[in-house]
Design a binder for this molecule. Structure first.
Ligand code: NDP
Length: 498
């Protein structure tokens, strides 16, 4: 795919209108492969956030969206899915230019995104309350599920459209209105996507995009009195800060945060398969995924064989231009992240971990001026080391040996996080025991990095609160109201509870 040449100017999308930031200011978005700016993005502030929240509230409370039948909402979601499919090449190329992930992966990912809009579009008119068989005489009691209100959707830079979709499809199906804030590093694809929301015919104000910095725009959104719910994907510290902001007005909250997921390799597994699974868990997407399998727990009896085969395969990974379909490991998305990964590598060395592969910035000619790091493996890691406890968000694997199954589960669970785990075994007893023992939101057995619109996704412990995707995700965007209707003739004693 071709890159945009020169600098492309973007506008934000507020109340159905395209416009610059109130301040007139912009900031640049940088192509991580060329390490050069390619887009200019409006630098919004409190005033733009106020306007977007006001537009979202108006659309929520009055007008076409507020009065729309859920079946019609479902139709709009379907239409949006079709438009994404139509423009998938363009959207994927925009993501790649902005975040440096592989076109080969992003094209597949964007082509799959419509499924969320079809699935939740189908759910929109199946949000049913219940008649409660209440234990009081002459009383009819029922529940209604109503949209939670105005949702602030704040996303990270690694998969901007997918992370937005996980929030948006459920929120729209529920009848909410949304103000989205993409990462300052990757705003372009969300703005391109907003054009499709407009084309699909969603009423003005239902979906708004404000762009800018977390500390300014994100802060304004998460402290805003007009916002009812925050749906956030990002780092643990930002999540903690946002949860504090949310507490001030008791906003509803979903947090999808980081991870330090373990891949457990048992001696009865097919080693070649497991090697591929562990490579995909840590080096796909240059390790910049929340579900990166960044701790390899391998049984001591196969440790050496596994590591030899693993490094042999990992060394064949082709680095280079992420737009090239043959590239397997692309650049790191942002310069601060590039520096952070290098400092984590330094930290691991200082802790006494043994670097058996990579361990430095890549200076291969095919990497040009991009922010590339060699796929890196540390062995002889102990789980108490910082490299085994802290999320790197890069292509760095820590290898830990175990002897007993129980020891492996204990090590896997000995982390502040609980997003995912991989289990490699042919023994059904181990499969079921591991699925029960591991404290994480997704357990993959003999596979890794599988997600679906049908399957709930989210974290235990510091990896987050709430679930995205799957039927239960829609409940995150609904409030339950209980309605009591008395048809009795006698007024009961007013001084006691009924
Ligand atoms: P950050 O937490 O730095 O940023 C995430 C988003 O929050 C960005 O839009 C950012 O804006 C915004 N933000 C930052 N500070 C604030 C604030 N004070 N108030 C409101 N918004 C704020 O994460 P990264 O973008 O660096 O993403 C990497 C992290 O995301 C990793 O920890 C990763 O594990 C996690 N992640 C989790 C996933 C999951 O589903 N569990 C999936 C993908 C990533 P800005 O960019 O302008 O700073």
């Amino acid at each position: 795919m071709a890159r945009v040449q020169g600098i492309k100017d973007y506008q934000c999308f507020i109340g159905g209108r395209w416009r610059g930031a109130e301040s007139g200011e912009t900031f640049e978005s940088v192509d991580p492969f060329l390490a050069k700016p390619w887009a200019r993005i409006p630098k919004c502030d409190q005033r733009d956030v106020d306007a977007a929240v006001a537009a979202a509230r108006k659309a929520l409370e009055k007008g076409d969206w507020a009065n729309m039948h859920p079946s019609q909402r479902g139709k709009l979601l379907h239409k949006l899915g079709d438009l994404i499919l139509r423009d998938a090449d363009h959207l994927a190329a925009t993501e790649v230019q902005d975040n440096g992930k592989l076109y080969a992966e992003m094209r597949g990912q964007v082509g799959y995104i419509p499924q969320w809009y079809y699935y939740f579009g189908g759910l929109a008119d199946k949000i049913e309350g219940a008649v409660v068989p209440i234990d009081k005489a002459d009383m009819f009691t029922y529940t209604r599920h109503e949209p939670v209100g105005v949702v602030a959707a704040i996303t990270a830079w690694n998969s901007p459209l997918l992370l937005l979709t996980w929030k948006l499809a459920a929120a729209l199906a529920a009848g909410c209105t949304i103000v989205a804030k993409p990462s300052e590093f990757t705003s372009a694809s969300t703005l391109e996507f907003a054009r499709l929301v407009e084309e699909a015919g969603f009423p003005a104000g239902v979906f708004n995009v404000v762009t800018g910095f977390g500390a300014e725009v994100g802060e304004a959104l998460t402290t805003h009195k007009g916002v009812d719910k925050i749906a956030f994907t990002g780092g643990e510290n930002s999540g903690r800060h946002i949860a504090r902001n949310a507490a001030q007005t008791f906003k509803r909250l979903t947090l999808e945060l980081g991870g330090k997921s373990a891949q457990l390799v048992f001696p009865d597994t097919d080693i070649d398969n497991a090697v591929k699974g562990v490579v995909s868990g840590i080096f796909a997407a240059t390790g910049q995924t929340c579900i990166a399998g960044s701790r390899l727990l391998v049984h001591e009896s196969i440790h050496n064989e596994f590591l030899d085969k693993f490094t042999a395969l990992a060394k064949t990974a082709r680095m280079g231009d992420p737009m090239d379909m043959a590239t397997q490991v692309g650049p790191v998305t942002t310069q601060p992240q590039y520096q952070r990964i290098l400092s984590c590598i330094e930290m691991a060395r200082n802790e006494g971990a043994e670097c058996v592969m990579g361990g430095k910035a890549a200076d291969r000619p095919e990497c040009g001026d991009g922010w590339f790091i060699e796929p890196t493996v540390f062995s002889n890691v102990s789980n108490s080391m910082r490299i085994a406890q802290e999320e790197v968000f890069g292509p760095v694997l820590s290898v830990i040996r175990f002897r007993e199954d129980e020891e492996a589960y204990d090590i896997a669970n000995d982390t502040a996080y609980g997003l995912a785990a991989g289990v490699w075994t042919d023994n059904p007893r181990r499969m079921f025991t591991a699925a029960k023992r591991l404290r994480a939101g997704s357990i993959w057995t003999n596979t890794y990095r599988a997600v679906s619109y049908m399957a709930p996704f989210g974290g235990f412990k510091n990896s987050g609160i709430g679930r995205e995707s799957g039927q239960e995700a829609i409940l995150e965007y609904l409030e339950t109201k209980c309605v009591w209707m008395s048809y009795g003739k006698d007024v009961p004693n007013p001084f006691v509870m009924r």
